[in-house]
Design a protein around this ligand. Structure first.
Ligand code: ATR
Length: 277
């Protein structure tokens, strides 16, 4: 008699115990009454390729991958989505029919969060100013261009990192000096902080914000604190603002849907649960 397997998923990293993804997926499993489990998977670098290939045999239907495995996962995957390939990293893997499918949902999470916070956002109305040029910036630039933003104004402390991104995206990305970031605000319709500046316990966000205007939408990927200095100043200037917590929640939606067969909702209850301790 064959037994019906309980689907497993998890998040692989090293270290991984800090990840709140099990809390997030656990909430959805419980809310929708789905028999499944989502666990922390601490896997050492030398074990990662074998561990990944063996997961389906153990009952895993998919997993998230985080630091330091986002690039290595792409190398092992059999099928890669265009957006994961553009971003050069994967965060969501699905095991199906003996194959590993790799996707990157960070950019999707970014735009889904903005749309949920500001349904009237009109990305095509003008350029987006992107502060920072790390992995998050790359995913967000892909998503902004896909949403119809006509131009990306990119600024980063280390100009070479911004230039490297620009060379991958071509003419729609224009690089400006970090010292001129405050002036570049005047040219933008959408403003996104993708750096870690302003995060609790880290360096302050010091870009000059005098040029913020009420017709702009401002969003930050930092969500500790939820209301960052950037968002507070933007609100004072009359801008629409969207905090960064929802990006983390929305990026998890496509994986949950693929693995457990239900498209989950990002609710206020879930936001509060993620903020708790
Ligand atoms: P992620 O992959 O999560 O985006 P990352 O690759 O470490 O993280 O990128 C962090 C971003 O924050 C980078 O753009 C980084 O600028 P550099 O390219 O100059 O390193 C930016 N950043 C981090 N600390 C900063 C600081 N003190 N001042 C200005 N920018 C900073």
């Amino acid at each position: 008699m064959s037994e019906h397997k309980i689907p497993l998923a998890g998040v692989i990293g090293c270290p991984i115990s800090h990840s709140k993804s099990p809390r997030l997926h656990g909430h959805w499993l419980k809310t929708y009454g789905i028999a499944g489990h989502y666990v922390h998977l601490h896997i050492e670098k030398e074990d990662f390729p074998d561990a990944l290939r063996n997961m389906p045999k153990l009952g895993f239907v998919g997993c998230n991958v985080t630091i330091p495995y986002k690039i290595a996962a792409l190398e092992i995957a059999d099928v890669i989505t265009d957006r994961a390939s553009m971003i050069g990293a994967a965060n969501t893997l699905t095991f199906r029919d003996g194959k590993i499918y790799a996707d990157n949902t960070d950019g999707y999470g970014f735009t889904a969060n903005v749309w949920q916070g500001e349904p009237d956002w009109k990305p095509d109305l003008g350029p987006a100013l992107v502060l920072g040029a790390g992995g998050a910036a790359r995913a967000i630039i892909v998503a902004l261009l896909d949403s119809g933003v006509p131009e990306i104004i990119l600024t980063n402390r280390t100009r070479a990192n911004a230039e490297a991104l620009r060379s991958d995206f071509g003419a729609k990305v224009r690089v400006v000096e970090w010292v001129n970031a405050g002036d570049a605000i005047a040219d933008a319709h959408t403003i996104v902080n993708t750096t870690s500046l302003g995060m609790k316990g880290g360096p302050e966000f010091k870009v000059n914000l005098d040029k913020l205007r009420a017709d702009q939408l401002v969003t930050d990927i930092v969500y500790t604190p939820l209301r960052t200095h950037l968002l507070n100043e933007a609100e004072k200037a009359g801008c629409r603002t969207v905090d960064g917590l929802g990006m983390l929640l929305h990026q998890a939606v496509p994986g949950f849907e693929r693995w457990f067969g239900k498209r989950p909702e990002v609710t206020e209850e879930l936001r509060q649960l993620m903020l708790a301790g």
